[in-house]
Design a protein around this ligand. Structure first.
Ligand SMILES: [Zn+2]
Ligand SMILES: [Zn+2]
Length: 260
């Protein structure tokens, strides 16, 4: 019997320095060096974040939006949470779209949307999977959270946006031996960036991975994906792929589909 898998579709992998080309020649095309707002789809029905370009990416990839039952919001920055796009997503649903946010986030009423507030470190059962909200080191006014997704004995950590890993989250994930970790990599391979209290740089990730391994959070089989990259702070995608390869990570790009 084939073992059940989780399909992960990267709909967007950008920080918020969007290329003007996305509105013109790349309107209907995905491009590794002109990334769209970061968002992933898990199987057909769980969406993480619905920001600036999420509807556009779903349309380019010809994904059936009506199959999306649950939308998990990492935080309220507009590249992750765009009310107009959420309205558009919920519009054609026969049953209300579940919108999961951190418990203290203030969300206005949206037609055909059912808001569910998540407490940190509570494991929510959602359609046979388990989703846990984890504390994240990012702009606290945006009510940030990271996610642990568990389904079919597989574990995925989604850590965009956020720098490093907060102490309670680190201890919660001890010995988790994740199958996949998707990490914020907003800044490129240099030191001295002022954003280190909200976003990762490549040197930070280089330092983080061996410690995550020694603490059992990841192991040799964990697939590490870098996402939320700012093109203006990185070399071209093909160069970043080579840099990341040296420390055992992959660089996500828009339209990438992985199964674990
Ligand atoms: Zn962001
Ligand atoms: Zn943010």
């Amino acid at each position: 019997m084939k073992k059940a898998t989780i399909k992960i579709t990267f709909l967007g992998t950008c920080a918020c320095d969007f290329s003007p080309k996305l509105d013109k020649e790349l309107k209907d095309k995905l491009d590794c060096d002109a990334r769209r707002s970061s968002s992933v789809l898990l199987n057909d029905n769980f969406l993480i974040d619905c920001g600036t370009h999420t509807i556009n990416s779903l349309d380019i990839l010809k994904i059936d939006k009506t199959k999306i039952t649950d939308l998990f919001i990492t935080h309220l920055h507009s590249d992750h949470y765009d009310i107009d796009n959420i309205k558009m997503l919920a519009k054609n649903h026969s049953i209300p779209l579940n919108l999961w946010v951190r418990e203290d986030a203030d969300i206005p009423e949206i037609l055909n949307v059912n808001v569910i507030k998540m407490k940190s470190f509570v494991r929510y059962e959602v359609k046979g999977a388990y989703i846990t909200s984890l504390l994240a080191n990012h702009d606290q006014d945006s009510f940030p959270q990271h996610f642990l997704i568990e389904s079919n004995d597989k574990k995925i950590f989604y850590g965009c946006d956020g720098a490093w890993i907060l102490n309670p989250t680190y201890y919660y994930l001890k010995d988790a031996r994740l199958d996949m970790a998707i990490l914020d990599c907003t800044c490129g391979d240099y030191v001295g960036d002022y954003r280190i209290a909200e976003h990762n740089t490549i040197p930070m990730i280089r330092q983080l991975l061996p410690s995550l391994k020694s603490f059992g959070i990841i192991d040799d089989n964990t697939k590490i994906y870098l996402s939320h990259l700012a093109p203006s702070l990185h070399k071209p995608h093909s160069d970043t792929v080579k840099i990341a390869q040296e420390f055992g990570a992959y660089v996500a790009y828009d339209g990438l589909i992985q199964e674990i």
